[in-house]
Design a protein around this ligand. Structure first.
Ligand code: SF4
Length: 448
């Protein structure tokens, strides 16, 4: 049995979603080829195997995979196709229509082994639904993947460039935010990866050159004791290794006492999904925090010297021109301009299959959704005020055109645009505001 594991895009990271199943499959005696199409060319020979399995952890990865699936089918019509990961489960009908036989969800490693080792070769078509096993996690196996140095790197505040590794200390999430793609798959559950497995994966990546680790858990503080034990063990074994994590505002508030632990163990920044500063929008998204919580967390992190990297969904059916202007003014007032990647100020709410947003009555959703678009993999929506959609197109154009400009310069242009739209004076920000020290960031800041 020969299996090819394929990644199309994992946010500029070496694909954990290939390394983890590769370990399981090789342990089962299966010959595994990995190919990361975000960093490697399409090599037809790499797909000439019995089972070709695509990892689909996110929306962009799924859209990029569709033409590759068609290409593999045309080249090797007898190959069995499988898709696995969050977006595989969410898009199962679309993938089945494409001819994908096996669709696996969030905890996929054991199921992949079963698909590949069934009597007579490949098992009959499997579906992910309802299936969330408790796995005995293996240490990911990164042999055959492009080196870490070929992936997104970290720029520190002093301009230093660090090779970045990626691991996960937990999967899934115990929360149920309405817009989140994790929710339809994990339904409020999460799984902790044993500490020795996480540390072994970090160790292997440090030996491969990593000087910074991204913990890609949907929320690092879902299991607070587990999270703290891991960062303390990392700091003790790998002095000087820095890291970043993603933690929701609610957890940053609740576990306020552990923020200094993050700082003292090498955390360079905490990504936090603020999404909106409008309490009515936050309530519709069921985020579990308010604008006041955001302000308190910003304050606390600044006090203790822990950098926040807030993310947003500025364009929703409930966004107004004044609301977008207010968001930019608030980011400026909270002195967060350098901490927000400009792409975050362009993002539009995606409503995917299985989204809890579909539970909202139309009057609460605020828009009539178009039928599901199998090409874009979303339910398209148009804002009732076309000027808001137009503003989103304009800010997206600015950010796309000014990819190499400073965050501050892009922000100024967006603020000027938004100010014009609401008839507010375009007051230049104070000169000092543009010269503040930059913060550490990964040079592929896309979250979707
Ligand atoms: S806390 Fe984050 S990962 Fe968890 S449901 Fe909310 S958005 Fe999703």
């Amino acid at each position: 049995m020969r299996v090819t594991l394929v990644a199309t895009y994992e946010l500029g990271r070496q694909p954990f979603g290939l390394a983890s199943p590769a370990a399981w499959l090789r342990e089962a005696g299966i010959h595994v080829t990995t190919i990361d199409l975000s960093r490697e060319p399409f090599r037809p020979a790499a797909f000439d195997t019995d089972l070709v399995a695509f990892h689909l952890p996110m929306h962009t990865a799924t859209r990029l995979a569709v033409p590759v699936i068609r290409r593999v089918q045309a080249l090797y019509p007898t190959a069995t196709l499988c898709c696995y990961g969050l977006y595989a489960q969410l898009n199962e009908p679309v993938l089945r229509d494409l001819g994908v036989e096996h669709v696996l969800g969030g905890e996929f490693e054991q199921a992949l082994v079963e698909v590949a080792t069934a009597d007579g070769g490949v098992a009959a078509g499997r579906s992910a639904h309802g299936d969330l096993p408790r796995l005995r996690f293996r240490v990911p196996e990164r042999r055959g993947l492009p080196s870490l140095a070929r992936y997104a790197s970290l720029r520190t505040a002093t301009g230093d460039c660090r090779v970045v590794g990626y691991t996960e200390a937990s999967r899934g999430c115990k929360h149920r935010c309405r817009h989140c793609p994790v929710v339809p798959v994990y339904e409020g559950r999460f799984r902790a990866v044993p500490r020795d497995v996480v540390l072994a994966d970090v160790r292997a990546q440090v030996e491969a050159g990593a000087r910074h680790i991204t913990f890609g858990d949907p929320d690092f503080f879902n299991g607070i004791g587990h999270a703290v034990a891991i960062v303390e063990a990392c700091a003790s074994e790998f002095p000087g290794l820095s890291y970043d994590v993603t933690i929701k505002v609610e957890h940053l508030r609740r576990h306020d006492g552990e923020l200094t632990t993050l700082r003292d163990t090498g955390c360079l920044f905490v990504v936090t999904a603020v999404e909106s500063i409008d309490d009515a929008v936050l309530s519709r998204l069921d985020k579990g925090h308010t604008r006041a919580d955001v302000e308190a967390v910003v304050d606390r992190c600044r006090q203790i010297g822990l950098t926040l990297a807030p993310t947003f969904i500025p364009f929703t059916p409930w966004t107004t021109l004044a609301g977008y202007h207010e968001l930019l003014r608030t980011i400026d007032a909270l002195d967060l301009v350098e901490q927000v990647a400009p792409i975050q100020l362009t993002l539009r709410l995606l409503i995917q299959r299985g989204s809890r947003l579909l539970e909202l009555e139309e009057q609460h959703l605020g828009v009539t959704l178009d039928p599901f678009d199998a090409r874009r993999l979303v339910y398209p929506w148009r804002h009732p005020d076309s000027r808001v959609d137009r503003l989103q197109e304009m800010v997206t154009e600015v950010v796309g055109r000014r990819l190499t400009a400073s965050r501050s310069a892009v922000f100024d242009e967006l603020l000027a645009l938004a100010s014009e739209r609401v008839g507010a004076p375009v007051a230049p920000r104070p000169a000092g505001a543009r010269d503040r020290a930059t913060v550490a960031y990964l040079n592929e800041p896309w979250y979707c």
